[in-house]
Ligand binder design. Structure first.
Ligand code: SF4
Length: 349
């Protein structure tokens, strides 16, 4: 590759020309000429470089509900982008063509997109925000950092769809411009996380830090038969959200469908999804939604106090929003979220 590379943020040079990356909890110690686990950060002559800065493999205009974020400017449009690479290797990844794409393929298929160009495109499309999504945004942090800082100065919000496997140092840097995050809490057993290429505790630490930094937070869990569908584990997830993140944190329970290297596992039985929802509600969570499972009311926002229908959705599509402020129009209870009465066209260009 002969493109100009971007020197990485958050790393330390070692005396033996190795580099120590501190961007995610893998904490890779990288020999000269080698790459980290994410495959997109390389040690060249004792300096660490991002191999994906300034280039995207996909750019789309999505509804914010698609992240999913249901309590942040409902119905608004978000300019979504990704580079290649990921610090996890989930066997059921639905974006594996991108997340597991090699840097060499990325050099061929990616398109040049300077941060200014991304922000201009988002504004031009009438988006409210920019979403760093489809793959783990941590691994293209330098690019995120430049786009997101610029986006904020133009009045755009910034959103992460993330696995939460990032260091506190990274979160401390990005929190001034990071407005909303959906974290995949993939399981509550370290064994499962090891299978996906990470570990549980750093994700739990990130979740608590995101919450304490005041960033709007929603959680997603894909329920995979045989991996994380035991009642005890689902109860542990719900309990953690209630105790550490607050009952107001929305939990998106998502149905698994066979994908990538997990084509031999059947889709999540519906009774497991209902069971998970019951567990979440019984633990005290105020907002539990289904993902990948269409049905009357499955994605609707209902006042946790009086039961009034507030926002009606079909999948990721917003059909009706009755909110006039962040209060329930019927009982005046405060509904958790950011600008829930936001009214915009959902027409995506
Ligand atoms: S971001 Fe990449 S290089 Fe850095 S620690 Fe994580 S996996 Fe390793």
């Amino acid at each position: 590759m002969d493109r100009k590379l971007k020197e990485a943020m958050l790393y330390q040079k070692q005396q033996d020309r190795r580099v120590f990356c501190q961007l995610c909890p893998h904490y890779c110690l990288i020999d000269e000429g080698k790459r980290g686990i994410c495959q997109v950060r390389e040690n060249q002559d004792g300096l660490l470089y991002s191999l994906v800065f300034g280039r995207t493999v996909t750019q789309n205009i999505d509804g914010v509900e698609k992240k999913p974020l249901f309590h942040f400017y409902p119905g608004s449009k978000t300019y979504s982008l990704a580079t290649a690479g990921c610090n996890f290797h989930c066997q059921y990844c639905t974006n594996w063509q991108v997340s597991q794409m090699s840097v060499e393929e990325f050099a061929e298929f990616g398109v040049e997109a300077a941060p200014e160009k991304i922000v201009a495109a988002a504004l031009e499309a009438g988006c409210h925000s920019i979403a760093y999504t489809y793959v783990e945004p941590t691994i293209f942090f330098e690019y995120v950092h430049e786009i997101a800082s610029l986006a904020h100065s133009h009045g755009l919000f910034n959103l992460f769809k993330t696995n939460g496997f990032m260091t506190a140092e990274m979160l401390e840097i990005c929190h001034p411009y990071l407005d909303a995050v959906n974290v995949d809490l993939k399981a509550f057993r370290d064994k499962s996380y090891r299978q996906f290429g990470g570990s549980l505790q750093p994700v739990l630490d990130s979740l608590k830090l995101i919450k304490s930094l005041g960033i709007w937070l929603e959680i997603s869990t894909v329920i995979i038969p045989g991996i994380n569908d035991e009642v005890e584990e689902l109860a542990d997830i719900a309990e953690f959200i209630v105790q550490e993140l607050g009952v107001e944190t929305p939990w998106h329970i998502t149905r698994f469908f066979p994908a990538y290297k997990m084509t031999n596992v059947l889709p999540t039985p519906l009774e497991i999804l209902y069971q998970a929802r019951d567990i979440g509600l019984k633990k005290g969570l105020q907002y539990v939604y289904f993902g990948n499972f269409l049905g009357q009311g499955n994605q609707d926002t209902i006042c946790h106090n009086c039961g009034k229908y507030l926002i009606q959705r079909w999948g990721f599509e917003l059909l009706e929003n009755l909110m006039q402020s962040n209060q329930c129009p019927s009982c005046e209870t405060l509904i958790p979220g950011v600008s829930l009465s936001h009214q915009v066209s959902q027409n995506l260009t």
